[in-house]
Design a protein around this ligand. Sequence first.
Ligand code: C2E
Ligand code: CA
Ligand code: CA
Ligand code: CA
Length: 278
Amino acid sequence: LDADPDRSVAFYSQDMNQGMQDRMRIESGLRQALGNGELILYYQPKFEIGTDRLVGAEALVRWLDPARGIVPPGEFIPLAESTGLIVQVGEWVLEQACAQAALWQRAGLPPFRLAVNVSAREFTASLPARVAATLARYRLDASWLELEITESTLMHDFGRVTAIMDDIHRLGVALSLDDFGTGYSSLSYLKRFPIDTLKIDRSFTTGIPGDPSDCAIAGTIVSMAQQLGLRVIAEGVETVEQLSFLRESGCDEVQGYLYSKPLPADDFERSLRENWLL
Ligand code: C2E
Ligand code: CA
Ligand code: CA
Ligand code: CA
């Protein structure tokens, strides 16, 4: 331990400086990435457990940095959220996802919902109109689109959030509650907000079947969803043991490496045509 208070303060502020420099470097890099077309979307399929039918996919952003290679969203989304840059990133993601879904719609593929992650800061009164305009621009049927939001979105002003959700539903776009069980909000919002699907967070799926608490939590989320008339999906399913537990519990859908990792659009489409179309 460093007993000299002056020295530890010096070290501390140096660390802070380094941290701030890192943040500023990533932020300006991300700003450029948006302009240079360095962001790309990967797509991960979702399957219905009972039928093994592909019922949807999730769009997940990556940053193709010429210097660093593929940068995962965990390394820039939290920063984008704290700086507000997430709004521009989100606009690009929605645009790109709708453009891609419209290509699949036009190619005559059987419809499935493509889910886009929407951060709390993007969930504003102007979102429904932007979604409507994007669907119209690509002539994409609203039944192709879903928005995944997290509990943090719901913790803002109730009336405002409900109004935005209602507007989104009126368009025919579905809403799911992502990372379910990891937030701190009360369960009462589940019956108050118009949500279609609960998404069990990967942190619970991981412990199945070995960890009794994770099994209890996942099982409880499934039965609660059933009683509330919501669909329920588990993310991060990697093993057949997890799949059988979820099937026994009555979970509707699964997503995870057991079926497929997130894939670039052309790989996703190839797998879709070769393996996932029943
Ligand atoms: P998320 O929305 O909870 O997405 C699920 C994450 O789990 C993805 O990580 C996915 O690749 C990963 N995953 C899926 N199946 C498995 C599995 O079986 N095993 C394991 N170990 N992982 C699995 P990814 O793509 O790195 O994304 C991380 C997070 O970044 C996302 O978590 C989401 O919160 C955020 N994110 C990604 N794309 C976007 C976006 O376009 N907009 C916003 N706002 N956030 C995004
Ligand atoms: Ca998600
Ligand atoms: Ca998650
Ligand atoms: Ca999430």
